[in-house]
Design a binder for this molecule. Structure first.
Ligand code: EPZ
Length: 422
């Protein structure tokens, strides 16, 4: 298992390019199941999660070719010959559940392993299932699998989400494109990745209105064609790297994304005393004063503060002036970075879904352990300004969502290296 070693104390200067969004690509790839014509995705990120989704789609008989050093994915489900998504692949990545809606919509049957929980929570899929049932699907849970049928195809229906679930909105949106009649998704998720998916589905011939709002209306069509679609920039990677100069000092231009993708995150960053200036190619970020101010944050569905940037923002609050209260309202266990930051000298008290952070002058480098994707990167960010050396172990979590973080930060002057371990 590789580790990443960061020696703190160097200000950052330079540019960091942002890749295509992992969480957009993971829903765009299963969309190939809706049509037997080719789907080409450009600006694809090179991440282990994308490789896992590739293996899953290939296990169903779909073709997935990685071209242009992984930046282009050429998909086709013309050869779909297996409608069962096995546990041994699904357990590696929760997004695997996103093959359920498209497969069911295309052929009227699908068997998909329940994903199981993960480090940040139980993460049930009840909202995915009730949405498909509202479109006429018959579902049976047996031996850890969802057995789904829709004899005669799915029918348009009204879906009222009790919570604006990203994945459930994506599954329902894809399924509804081939359902007979009109489907309305109420309290739908509004994330930019949903908008990106809708734009790709529309290019394939789907009739969709309202993506990006809480109400999405879909007129089912008989069939969908192929398309070529550019994956939207990764707003979470963008926000992560915007925090790097805010924590380490210096000035960094983050390239390839627009601040509209980040909702309330930018307001919170500016309130903490970070300068955020849109440029022609992205956004220029620097700290206004020697030390940022403590700011309270509550995570919410988009356009609220993204849960996927909570750990990274906490890393910045560890050396802020004052005390900040971070409320995690999306997942039930997403403070596992806190004990590791405390090992670096942070003062954090966690009570249930609330973390209270009292800023200290400086953190001290320490060996720390990554536990999930975003916790991993928050430890690297903390290490950028810590005194001495921080060694982040188990960085396979990191590689799920961040392309060569050591290269991108190293190019801006960070003292960072990856240590390969047998
Ligand atoms: C997506 O997960 C993202 N993953 C997550 O990013 C992100 O944190 C999350 O949306 C929220 O923005 C992908 O897009 C692949 P949800 P998803 O359904 O779809 C509960 C990362 O770091 N829930 O909006 O699983 C669930 O337990 C990852 O890149 C139900 O109760 O998120 C959770 O508490 C982490 N029943 C909350 O809703 C359901 O049927 C948010 O889940 C579905 C969800």
């Amino acid at each position: 298992m590789d580790s990443i070693i960061v020696k703190g104390g160097t200000e950052l200067r330079g540019q960091i390019p942002i890749a295509g969004a992992k969480n957009a690509c993971l829903t765009l790839m299963p969309a190939t199941l809706l049509s037997d014509e080719p789907l080409t995705l450009t600006n694809a990120p090179r991440l282990s999660d994308i490789r896992t989704m590739t293996l899953l789609l290939q296990s169903l008989g779909a073709e997935v070719q990685s071209l242009n050093e992984g930046r282009v994915l050429a998909l086709s489900s013309h050869g779909l010959n297996n409608h069962k998504a096995d546990y041994d692949i699904v357990r590696k990545m929760r997004a695997s559940i996103l093959v359920l809606g498209p497969m069911l919509a295309r052929d009227g049957h699908a068997v998909v392993s329940l994903p199981g929980g993960c480090a940040i929570g139980a993460r049930p899929v009840d909202l995915h299932l009730t949405a498909l049932e509202a479109m006429g699907a018959e579902l049976e849970l047996k031996d850890g699998y969802v057995h789904a049928k829709a004899a005669g195809g799915l029918k348009g229906g009204i879906v009222d989400f009790r919570f604006a679930s990203v994945g459930a909105t994506e599954n329902a949106l894809m399924a509804a494109t081939l359902a007979k009649g009109t489907t309305v998704l109420n309290n739908a998720a509004r994330e930019p990745e949903i908008v990106d998916l809708a734009q790709c589905l529309r290019a394939m011939g789907a009739q969709i209105e309202g993506e990006g709002t809480s109400r999405i209306e879909i007129q089912g069509v008989d069939r969908l064609g192929g398309a070529t679609h550019r994956v939207v920039a990764d707003r979470i990677e963008m926000g992560t790297y915007m925090l790097a100069p805010a924590i380490a000092g210096g000035e960094v231009e983050v390239l390839g994304g627009s601040i509209e993708l980040l909702g309330a995150f930018v307001e919170k960053l500016e309130a903490a005393g970070v300068s955020v200036t849109p440029t022609k190619d992205g956004v220029l970020v620097s700290r206004k004063n020697g030390r940022v101010e403590a700011i309270d944050v509550t995570t919410e569905p988009y356009p609220g503060f993204p849960t996927d940037l909570q750990a990274q923002f906490m890393a910045m609050m560890c050396t802020a002036n004052g005390t900040s209260v971070l409320e995690e309202k999306i997942f039930e266990n997403r403070f596992m970075h806190a004990p590791e930051l405390i090992r670096m000298g942070a003062e954090i008290e966690v009570h249930g879904g609330t973390a209270t952070v009292t800023g200290v002058e400086r953190l001290r480098g320490a060996p720390v352990m990554a536990t999930d994707l975003r916790a991993s990167v928050s430890l690297i960010l903390a290490g950028l300004a810590a005194e001495g050396e921080t060694r982040v172990n188990r960085v396979y979590h990191l590689d799920r969502g961040y392309e060569s973080v050591e290269t991108k930060l190293g190019a801006c002057g960070a003292n960072i290296e990856r240590v390969k371990e047998e």
